[in-house]
Every structure is written in structure tokens, then in C-alpha cells.
Design a protein around this ligand. Structure first.
Ligand code: NDP
Length: 249
């Protein structure tokens, strides 16, 4: 796959799935825009990206829950690269919370996992129409399978799935493809950030998966690149599960 002269925005590019995705696009000669809040982590990913093909990525320090930050992602990308070909909506958070725990967690997760995606995508769409570009949303199997005490996370990802399908219909006439990937558990920092017991969580998920393992970031990034490539030019409105078979259980 060759992404030479393609401009790719990856939100949540400072860590985990997003970092791996940014690096893989850079290895295929893309001009990469890496978005996150942690500047040091963004710089580390940028070094890996640049060392691949010598193309300097654009780092944008932005909080996707702040509207002016989201607008700056599009403005800075256009200023530096003059076009947008691929948008990877990957930034996301998870939190364990019961329904009695109040509305704060709802606002935090929905703003990060869904509202920000809507806003950034709406601002990117005029440019994606110009390039007949592609959108890939990183959802979760939690959007398809109910998980007790994760009602907000599941709801945010179910919303993202329907956003993906509805938008694929709306943008099809412009040649813009919209797809999602729904990973099962992936070895990243997300569980520690949510305060979960990571070792116990991973052990449990590995034991309960038909293939006896959980995914790594590269498994997801491989599918992102495939969906963004010409090889997938008949695929839109689809949601790809990558979960080592856990959804079958
Ligand atoms: P990580 O915690 O490793 O990465 C999350 C990324 O999102 C970081 O780069 C973080 O950047 C960014 N981010 C979070 N909040 C904001 C914000 N307000 N503004 C800007 N950036 C933000 O997690 P993963 O790589 O695992 O997660 C990536 C996506 O994959 C998420 O959408 C998640 O829901 C989804 N997913 C993950 C699974 C897993 O098991 N790991 C399973 C299923 C889906 P920074 O800290 O620099 O702001």
C-alpha cells in the first residue's frame, strides 16, 4: 500500500492504536498529522514517523473535547499540507461507572468518544469531498455487546457505529467512504488510564477468547490502512470486528 502524497489525520496519535496507525501510515510515505494532548508522547511518535521515510509529521496538541481545539486541527492541517485525504477518528477513553454515578461520566465519555468525532468530521468533510477521501472510526465491540457498568462507553461506541453507517450513506454520492473498526481488548494504556487492574483484565480476556490471546495495536492499524487504501474502494458503511473471536462467546 502506498500513501505517497496522502494527508492523514490520526486523533489520539500519541499512544496505543493511534500511535501505531500513524507510524504505519508514515512507513507507507503518508503525510501524517498526529493529534493528542500529551506533547511529549506526540513528539516521540513523530520521531518514529519521520525516521520511516524522512517525511516530517505535523504534531497538533489539541483536546478533542474543546471546540476551538478541534477547529485548529483542520486549520493547521490545511495550512501545512493543503488537503485532507484520510481521517482516523481514534481518540477515546473508557471508564467504569454505574448508572447511579451521575451525569459527569456521561458528558466526559460522550464528548470524547462521540461529540468530538461529529464535530471534527463535519469540519473535515468539505476537504474529504474534494479528495474523494476516506474516514475510519475506531469503535469497539462494546458497541455491539452489552457490558455491565460500562453503559456509557457501550452507548458511545454504539452511537459511533450508527454515525459510521448513516454518514456512509450521506457521503457515498461524493465518493467518500466511511468505515469503522470494532476491536475487542487491545494491549494499550487505556485500561491503566481507566484505573482498571490491567494484569487481571488482560489475563481474564485472554483466557476467555477463542484464540487465547488479545490484540496488539498493529492488528488494528493493519486494518485501518487496508480500509484507507484503494483495495477497499468498494467498502463503505462497514464495521470490522477484530477481537480474537470474543464476540462469539
Ligand atoms: P490509549 O489510551 O493508548 O490512547 C488513547 C488516545 O486518545 C491517546 O492518544 C490520547 O491522547 C487520546 N485522547 C484521549 N482523550 C483525548 C482528548 N480529550 N483529546 C485528544 N486526545 C485524546 O488507548 P487505545 O489506543 O487503546 O484507544 C484508542 C481507541 O481505541 C479508543 O477510541 C478506544 O475506545 C478504542 N478501543 C480500544 C480498545 C482497547 O482494548 N485498547 C478496545 C476497543 C476500542 P492524549 O493522552 O495525548 O490526549
Amino acid at each position: 500500500m502506498d500513501f505517497k502524497d496522502k494527508v492523514v489525520i490520526v486523533t489520539g496519535g500519541s499512544s496505543g492504536i493511534g500511535a501505531e496507525t500513524a507510524i504505519q501510515f508514515a512507513q507507507q510515505s503518508a503525510k501524517v498529522v498526529i493529534v493528542g494532548r500529551n506533547e511529549q508522547k506526540l513528539r516521540n511518535v513523530a520521531i518514529s514517523c519521520e525516521s520511516a521515510k524522512g517525511i516530517k509529521p505535523l504534531i497538533i496538541k489539541a483536546d478533542v473535547t474543546i471546540d476551538s481545539d478541534v477547529k485548529s486541527i483542520i486549520e493547521k492541517t490545511m495550512e501545512r499540507f493543503g488537503q485532507i485525504d484520510i481521517l482516523v477518528n481514534n481518540a477515546g477513553i473508557v471508564a467504569e461507572a454505574k448508572i447511579q454515578d451521575g451525569i459527569e461520566v456521561y458528558d466526559r465519555l460522550m464528548n470524547t468518544n462521540l461529540r468530538s468525532v461529529y464535530l471534527l468530521t463535519s469540519l473535515a468533510t468539505p476537504y474529504l469531498i474534494k479528495t474523494r477521501g476516506s474516514i475510519i472510526n475506531i469503535s469497539s465491540v462494546a458497541g455491539q455487546k452489552a457490558v455491565s457498568k460500562f453503559v456509557v462507553y457501550c452507548t458511545s461506541k454504539a452511537g459511533l457505529d450508527m454515525f459510521t453507517k448513516s454518514l456512509a450513506k450521506e457521503l457515498g454520492e461524493y465518493g467518500v467512504r466511511v468505515n469503522a473498526i470494532s476491536p475487542g481488548p487491545v494491549k494499550t494504556d487505556i485500561f491503566a488510564a481507566a484505573g482498571l487492574d490491567v494484569e487481571a483484565f488482560v489475563r481474564n480476556r485472554e483466557a476467555s477468547s477463542p484464540l487465547g490471546k488479545i490484540a496488539v495495536g498493529k492488528d488494528i492499524a493493519d486494518m485501518v490502512l487496508y480500509l484507507a487504501s484503494d483495495k477497499a474502494n468498494s467498502i463503505t458503511g462497514s464495521i470490522y470486528v477484530i477481537d480474537n473471536g470474543r464476540l462469539l462467546e
